[in-house]
Design a binder for this molecule. Structure first.
Ligand code: ARG
Length: 480
């Protein structure tokens, strides 16, 4: 029987946070699969922040002396400075936490080894990802607001311009062009409320949960919460290390924004076709064709439309990952960041490009007006009869007969002889032509949320108010 055991083979290749119980090191194939540094490197500023707070928490728990805690904090500042100056990870760094640990050893030597006391990468990565997400929600809010601003600006200039509205992509009833554009403003307003809710879900602190069962040292999680700017503490350590609901919420919101952008893009693309001609695209967000010299293609808008599919894919991938997991942390969760970053990087490209493409669109009121035909006032004509005592059913039938006559004869409704009107219904009088005007049709729809000029004015006012910056929180005043 051997009386000694072989010491572990020194791992000369890489700095590891684990390995004591392993003889041989991991295979290159495993490293290639397992290393996440290529994805999670961007979390470094957040990992530094939480690590500094953790060093203080360990001092508070009497695990570190004040000097040790300060040395680690200074060392982490040094690491941050190196990374901010452009220092890149090594291929052998497993993930961002391992990278920072390696650089911290470089900066302060052995005392660095004490920082990982009582914590695990499980609560660490969850905390860093939440901090990153809290910032992200603000960036997304800003970019969404910019697009809303572009919509509002165009809408203000189109207040008195009339165009057809469509259902089933068939001409329906005239509307103010501002009303159509604002129909793309309000979905984004709902998205911003979703972003606020997702940011709140992210603002729950998992640090102190350890690997799964909670930290065994008396660290103050309440202090950590305050230092790191979280709203609440996670109530259960098993849940805390695997709760990715906040990522699902951000991905859903991103997908929803992507979907809304896609629909706006689709409207603009159709309206920009020669057949519609309501919109002329600018030069900054379009491209030409390598073959057809006449082309100007709305690429930015098409890419916005296409990107919604990517975001939906990322949301689906995350939900599919979560649904079969046993409780607590499992390595499948490492890919959460892949989906989160992919979807939101995409969105942060698409939002400003869509805003830019929209801002440089020139709308063509004359083409919009030319698309309005008196047949579109068929509903107004039925309403005319109702006001004169007919039932709506009866009126609908009478107007239907006039539409049929107009279609069969190729004569627009307003040009049909009065005899046709009185044959269709005895309550038609000579003033019926007035009911066939687009401006009149619009003017009658002053109900809240309608397309009447006053209703649209009120709507524009509400949209302007929605874009005002939120009131400054009292706490930031109290500090001065
Ligand atoms: N890179 C990992 C991730 O992103 C960190 C957590 C690893 N935890 C572990 N027990 N291996 O999920």
């Amino acid at each position: 029987m051997p009386t000694t055991i072989d010491p572990p083979a020194p791992d000369t290749k890489s700095h590891k946070l684990w390995g004591g119980r392993f003889g041989a090191g991991p295979t290159p194939e495993f490293d290639a699969l397992n290393n996440s540094i290529g994805v999670d490197f961007r979390l470094w500023p957040y990992d530094i922040r939480l690590s500094k707070a953790w060093a203080v928490a360990l001092w508070g728990a009497n695990v570190l002396t004040l000097d040790e805690s300060k040395a680690i904090e200074r060392g982490l500042d040094g690491v941050a400075a190196r990374l901010a100056a452009g220092e890149q990870p090594l291929a052998s760094d497993e993930d961002v936490h391992t990278l920072i640990d390696r650089l911290l050893h470089d900066e302060v030597g052995d005392v660095a080894s004490k920082l990982h006391t009582g914590r695990s990468r499980n609560d660490q990565v969850a905390t860093a990802t939440r901090l990153w997400t809290m910032d992200l929600c603000q960036r997304l809010d800003h970019a969404t607001r910019m697009l809303q601003g572009a919509l509002l600006e165009q809408a203000e200039s189109l207040q008195t311009v009339l165009m057809p509205s469509y259902t089933h992509l068939q001409r329906a009833i005239p509307v103010s062009a501002a009303h159509w554009l604002l129909a793309h403003f309000w979905p984004l307003e709902r998205d911003r409320a979703r972003l606020r809710a997702a940011a709140k879900s992210a603002a729950v602190l998992p640090l102190g949960s350890g690997a799964v069962a909670g930290c065994a040292y008396p660290i103050s999680r309440v202090l950590l919460q305050g230092t790191l700017g979280f709203d609440a503490l996670s109530p259960n350590s098993i849940d805390a290390v695997s709760d990715r609901d906040f990522i699902a919420e951000v991905l859903f919101t991103a997908t929803m924004i992507g979907t809304h952008l896609s629909r706006l893009a689709e409207d603009l693309i159709i309206y920009g076709s020669s057949e519609f001609g309501f919109v002329q695209f600018g030069e900054g967000y379009t491209s030409g064709s390598s073959m057809m010299p006449q082309k100007r293609n709305p690429d930015a808008l098409e890419l916005a439309r296409g990107s919604a599919a990517r975001m939906l894919g990322d949301l689906t991938a995350l939900l599919a990952t979560l649904k079969g997991l046993p409780s607590s942390y499992n390595k499948d969760l490492q890919d959460d960041k892949r989906y989160l970053f992919d979807a939101t990087d995409t969105l942060l490209l698409v939002l400003p490009a869509t805003a830019g493409a929209l801002s440089e669109c020139r709308f063509r009121p004359e083409r919009m007006a030319a698309a309005l035909s008196s047949t579109m006032m068929a509903t107004d004509l039925a309403d005319y009869l109702v006001r004169r005592g007919a039932t709506f059913r009866e009126a609908h039938k009478a107007v239907g007969a006039l539409v049929r006559e107009s279609e069969a004869s190729g004569v627009e409704m307003h040009a049909l002889p009065f005899a046709s009107f009185s044959a269709a219904h005895p309550r038609f009088a000579e003033d019926v032509v007035e009911a066939l005007g687009a401006a009149r049709s619009v003017a009658q729809r002053e109900v809240e949320g309608g397309t009447g000029p006053e209703a649209v004015r009120v709507q524009l006012e509400a949209a302007r108010t929605a874009l005002l910056p939120p009131p400054t929180p009292r706490s930031s005043n109290a500090a001065v």
